[in-house]
Design a protein around this ligand. Structure first.
Ligand code: AP5
Length: 227
């Protein structure tokens, strides 16, 4: 079975987490079998913060202010996650700059076989749309993402999937959002250029309904025989 890699890329609030989660549910297999695994560096870091681990204490200040966590920390997280048994991996939020890209490519060189594929999906959304979306986002610790207007939970404040209480991210504040967007535009461009040059970039209009975007992604990935 090929071990393919799908990388979601886009500005904060573009919906990459939402789409990565939907795709993971679609490609996942029943427990016990090695299905696809989703790796979200943001979720992993937030889990460390919530568990008050040493790593969590060290990274909290970066997430609070919208700065990128030092590369060695996210590269280590990614490296450890890639050790899991899986049919393929879905990355959400990694790599985010040229150093992380270089580290990922080096690891994949030894992990992937000749016919395995790597594809990057750019979820393209304007800065204006990002600012409108993030104020009404609600999250669950299980990875599910909601929006009070566009994708509300069935019961107010409760996750449809695992029934835990939803929370608001503390980096969803106007000043921090502006900084996250600045970092994205500065560090992200070389990555998009790289995937484009490699012929591995799938560009998706992220300003469409969630379901429509998901269907478009699935169709494109199936067409390329990635899933
Ligand atoms: P991370 O958690 O990755 O945040 P981000 O990249 O800023 O992206 P978001 O999670 O905010 O948005 P998203 O694109 O996933 O959108 P979502 O699906 O939630 O990273 C957080 C922090 O961790 C970073 O700032 C950094 O400090 C650190 N970090 C993480 N990775 C790192 C790395 N590799 N290196 C260094 N540091 C790292 O959707 C947003 C909202 O819109 C939701 O409410 C959703 O319901 C709604 N929505 C989604 N799609 C649609 C649609 N089509 N129409 C309408 N609404 C929609």
């Amino acid at each position: 079975m090929p071990k393919n890699i799908i990388i979601f890329f886009g500005p904060p609030g573009s919906g990459k987490g939402t789409q990565a989660e939907l795709l993971a549910r679609k490609t996942g297999l029943p427990t016990g079998q090695a299905g696809w695994k989703k790796i979200s560096t943001g979720d992993l870091l937030r889990a460390e913060i919530a568990a008050k681990t040493t790593l969590g204490k060290n990274v909290e200040k970066y997430l609070k202010t919208g700065k990128l966590v030092p590369d060695q920390m996210t590269i280590k997280l990614m490296e450890n996650s890639l050790k899991q048994k899986a049919a393929g991996f879905i990355f959400d939020g990694f790599p985010r700059n040229s150093r992380q890209l270089k580290a990922l490519l080096a690891i994949l060189e030894s992990l992937l076989k000749k016919n395995d594929q790597v594809r990057a999906i750019e979820v393209a959304v304007s800065d204006k749309e990002v600012k409108e979306r993030l104020g009404l986002r609600r999250m669950c610790a299980c990875g599910a993402v909601y929006h009070l207007k566009y994708n509300p939970p069935i019961a107010e404040g409760i996750c449809d999937i695992c029934h835990q209480e939803l929370f608001t991210r503390n980096d969803d504040k106007p000043k921090v959002i502006a900084h996250r967007l600045k970092v994205y535009h500065q560090d992200g461009k070389p990555l998009l250029d790289y995937w484009q040059k490699q012929g591995k970039l799938i560009k998706i209009n992220g300003e469409q309904p969630i379901k429509k975007i998901h269907e478009e992604i699935v169709e494109k990935l199936r067409g390329l025989k990635v899933i």
